[in-house]
Design a protein around this ligand. Sequence first.
Ligand SMILES: [Zn+2]
Ligand SMILES: [Zn+2]
Ligand SMILES: [Zn+2]
Length: 341
Amino acid sequence: MSILRKDPITGRWVILIEERRRSRRHFPHQYREHHEEKECPFCEGKEHLTPPEILAFRDKNTKPNTPGWRLRVVPDKSPILRVESELDSQGSGMYDTMNGLGAHEIVIENNIHNAAFDTMSVKMIKDIFLAYQQRITDLAKDIRLKYMLIIKNFGAGAGAVMPFHHPHSHLVAYPFIPHVPKAECDGAKIYWKYHNRCIYCDMVAQELNNPNERIIYSNEDFVMLAPFASRFPYEMWIIPLKHSHIFSADDTLFESLALTFKEFIIRMNAVLSIPPYNLVIHSAPLSDEFAEFYHWHIEIRPRINLAAGFEWGSGTYINAIFPETAAKELREVEIKSDDIY
Ligand SMILES: [Zn+2]
Ligand SMILES: [Zn+2]
Ligand SMILES: [Zn+2]
């Protein structure tokens, strides 16, 4: 059970969860016990250890929640938000609260326990995007849901709460627009009002004019770059060249996006020796009002430094690696076609 509370000063919603993994609390500085690989609930044959599947790509003639799948989507066992019957919004003096209505699903990306984007085939990665698309389309039918976020946390240093390495990502549907995408929407809307152009389209055009500055990689459909005001060392953005506000709108791009994922993981692992990382897909909120000025994209943050109190206290990031330096190192990684296919 979770409760949403809104900070009346900044307008930022916070999700408070009482029961989340209360039986055994883990703090990042604590020793995390070693889990046997055989205990992994995301492996084939352990389907009974997860809630029943919502979606699976599986062999014909296999039954739900049995082996024979290559990808499964299940509800999170300890969801941060869950599908409730009613959205219950209340005021208490100056404070606003809501119940934790929403959805929290786990995409088990592969049946291979220690697979990662560099070892998965392009087809396997494409399947992950197709699963996201199907789940987003389904959840979007619930008009109480306002925003969907796809997040991947890889490695203990990236805040992955599961103590095992089975490749998975989270899909969270919120009953409000979270602070970070909202700030992006607001900024993009102001730019569009003044210029009548999408700020992301303009940014991509300008960056491609100087391919030796912050561009890491590009193909016919996507550009990968180190952002001008990079907040974290080796922060990377993947932006589609064709304007679109919704990630799930065009699945003809998924093969090309899968290729781009192979590029990012191989380059990042080569430069940073397989770091923990966070990856997020920023798509527009579930409303057409964002179609003209918002442009979906992916942000990747390798977790190689510890955020200090400066950032927490001020919201201003301090980054010791210039994006131009990061882009040069990542761009110069030599990739053979064997690495990709
Ligand atoms: Zn596993
Ligand atoms: Zn655009
Ligand atoms: Zn973003």
